[in-house]
Design a protein. Structure first.
Length: 202
């Protein structure tokens, strides 16, 4: 995942089309670039800690290449029963993840980091959004994976599509977090760095 934000914003977490589409909603100019970092969890690292660290590292990875940019790094880690759920990568693993999640609450931790490469000032936060999965049947799981192929999505679903049918309930302050970018928190952070999407154009 990859992002550049303002000055121009450089998003070191927005290679995925749905995350890029979210950032486009703010109507600020930005570019996308991959930070190419190791995303493996460290020993003893919780899913939330992992999301925060990767968001921070993704932003830092682009600072030398873009010394005048405000860089946005973002990463999402899903958690079920204390275990991190990565991107499945195959239909078999996607179905296995959904079996493990059915009837359970799953937390999605989205880390977001803003780095002013020129000053070195960096702020990193995490937004957590939770979903309660239905008691899905084997045929429902198979049908969903066949229809949406959520192979590059942590948790094996696309909430912006048919994935909404997998849930009984959702809890959190910003549903955009499930797609990969908590826009409400991001706007607040951008404003603290002097960027307001609602400010008049100069």
């Amino acid at each position: 995942m990859d992002t550049l934000a303002y000055g121009p914003p450089l998003d070191s977490s927005f290679q995925l089309p749905y995350r890029r589409a979210l950032l486009e909603q703010l109507r600020i100019p930005f570019e996308c670039e991959s930070p190419h970092i190791d995303e493996e969890a460290l020993p003893g690292e919780t899913p939330r800690q992992l999301a925060l660290r990767l968001a921070r590292q993704k932003a830092c990875a682009l600072a030398l290449r873009h010394p005048d940019a405000l860089i946005i790094g973002s990463d999402q880690v899903a958690e079920c029963d204390g275990q991190a759920l990565g991107k499945p990568g195959s239909c078999e693993r996607a179905m296995a993840q959904l079996r493990a999640c059915r009837g359970r609450q799953v937390h999605f931790h989205t880390g977001i980091s803003l780095l002013d490469a020129a000053s070195g000032i960096q702020r990193t936060e995490a937004e957590t959004f939770s979903v309660h999965f239905r008691q899905l049947s084997e045929s429902q799981i198979q049908r969903y994976v066949e229809l949406e192929l959520p192979l590059d999505c942590a948790g094996s679903f696309k909430v912006e599509g048919l994935g909404i049918a997998l849930f009984e309930k959702m809890e959190g302050s910003d549903m955009n977090s499930l797609i990969g970018l908590p826009l409400i928190r991001l706007v607040t952070m951008l404003q603290e760095f002097g960027i307001d999407p609602l400010a008049p154009m100069e």
